[in-house]
Write a protein that binds this ligand. Structure first.
Ligand SMILES: *Cc1c(COP(=O)(O)O)cnc(C)c1O
Length: 457
């Protein structure tokens, strides 16, 4: 059989409102051509993010009802603690309301002016929480990670030579911890190999630096290790995951990704003293250590989500969906970032719309067009999101790349939804040379992409 079917059937349905082009034109004008300003009810296929947008299983919905809402000593906490200990091997498990709360607590303790924290590539909230403490977030990705068309099985790897020189040049007192992000979200959800992580771990340990994994997509990363890395094809995913975590001393997890829940996060580690300091801060900002920032039912649903996510049928289907979309786009003549990751397909908008210079926001132009034609909401990851502003002209200065991310929520859309997205693209290819750029008419001093107002040129 060559079709990989969705390994679930549908028990509850959430209706989609099929809007007309006129309705979408109106909604878009009201949103000042910024898709973050749309009401979700005006979107047909929402590919903005895979964070917290997944569908829960029948067992997770049942677990919600079983949640223990006791303030202290909740049964749901002990259940979650056990599942996380089994999965990671870490002794101390601290629930938080989402990934950035774990970041705020850990870096609040370890970060400070004059400190440096290396990573393959920091996710944006991770970088922001590190820099908020005065510390510096140091990115050490592979050079090829920045080339959209470069094919490599583990493009998310740490540049080991760069890490080695960084560790040689920097005094130990200046490095409170080292990180590695799996999968490497910022470079396109590209995986990190076990061999690379073993070396990273060895280098950090030789220097005496504690090593934490930013492990939001640990299951998807483990899937790629099993698929692509020599010697792992016959291993169980649990075993791979266990080895992955064993290389580090702790982890931060945004459970809104591979936790298969809509809200939640975990901070886990072996160091009891550090865990105690984290719990002290947790009480200040999140809540008592047996619930963190979560309801008992959230912890129960998360424990169940973590039991489900390593199902090879689920991961195989998820990977097949991403590949299906990426391959169809390539066939239609739409350049995508290679190889396709698993949580998203990235379109190289700068290459697709060469007539629009980066300062006229080709990614945004493509996002607007996808919405107008098909009610699809994608997200620009390019000059609007990460570029600067030229102080002389007030015009945007280009970011490294202009990408459009089509992010795949977990267990939400079926193959026919993706066929719709593919058709919209096929239709768009013919008119692509006629697309025009956008200009920013109002922007905030930071994180402008979320609230900028735009106008077609
Ligand atoms: C999503 C994410 C975070 C932040 O988590 P939130 O739950 O959004 O606060 C941190 N790191 C990585 C790699 C992520 O993907």
């Amino acid at each position: 059989m060559k079709t990989i079917i969705e390994p679930f059937r549908i028990k509850t349905v959430e209706p989609l409102r099929i809007t007309s082009r006129e309705e979408r034109e109106r909604a878009l004008k009201q949103a000042h051509f910024n898709l973050f300003g749309l009401k979700a009810r005006d979107v047909i296929i929402d590919l903005l993010t895979d964070s917290g947008t997944g569908a829960m299983s029948t067992r997770q919905w049942a677990a919600l009802m079983m949640g223990d809402e006791s303030y202290a000593g909740s049964e749901s906490f002990f259940e979650l603690e056990q599942v996380v200990r089994d999965l990671t091997g870490y002794r101390h498990v601290i629930p938080v309301h989402q990934g950035r709360a774990a970041e705020r607590i850990l870096f609040g303790i370890l970060g400070a002016e004059g400190k440096k924290i290396p990573n393959n590539t920091h996710f944006d909230t991770t970088k922001a929480n590190i820099e908020f403490t005065g510390a510096k977030a140091v990115d050490l990705p592979l050079a090829q990670a920045l080339e959209p068309s470069a094919e490599a099985p583990f493009k998310g790897n740490m540049d080991l030579e760069a890490l080695e020189s960084f560790l040689e040049e920097t005094p130990k007192e200046e490095i409170p911890l080292g990180l590695a992000t799996v999968t490497n979200n910022t470079v396109g959800g590209q995986p990190v190999s076990l061999a690379n992580l073993r070396e990273v771990s060895r280098l950090y340990r030789a220097k005496g630096v504690p090593f934490f994994l930013d492990a939001a997509r640990f299951a998807e990363n483990a899937w790629f290790i099993k698929q692509r890395e020599e010697g792992h094809a016959d291993r169980g995913l649990e075993e791979i995951v266990r080895e992955l975590f064993s290389l580090a001393d702790g982890c931060l997890i945004s459970a809104k990704k591979d936790g298969l829940v809509n809200i939640g996060g975990i901070l886990a580690m072996n160091d009891g003293e550090l865990a105690q300091r984290c719990r002290d801060l947790l009480i200040l900002t999140e809540g008592f250590p047996t619930y963190g920032g979560l309801a008992g039912r959230d912890m129960a649903a998360l424990a169940q989500g973590l039991r489900e996510v390593l199902d090879p049928d689920y991961l195989s289907y998820r990977h097949a969906s991403a590949r299906y979309l990426a391959e169809a786009l390539e066939r239609a003549g739409v350049p995508t970032v290679k190889p396709a990751g698993i949580h998203a397909v990235y379109v190289d908008a700068r290459a697709f719309l060469p007539q629009i210079p980066p300062e006229e926001l080709p990614g945004q132009s493509l996002c607007v067009e996808l919405y107008l034609r098909g009610g699809i909401r994608a997200v620009e990851i390019g000059t609007l999101m990460f570029g600067g502003t030229d102080p002389a002209t007030g015009r945007p200065t280009p970011s490294e790349l202009d990408l459009v991310r089509l992010t795949l929520p977990r267990r939400v859309y079926t193959q026919s939804h993706f066929d719709w997205v593919i058709e919209v693209f096929e239709d768009l290819v013919r008119d692509a040379p006629a697309l025009r750029g956008y200009r920013i008419v109002r922007e905030a001093p930071f994180l402008r992409a979320f609230t900028a107002r735009l106008e077609p040129l």
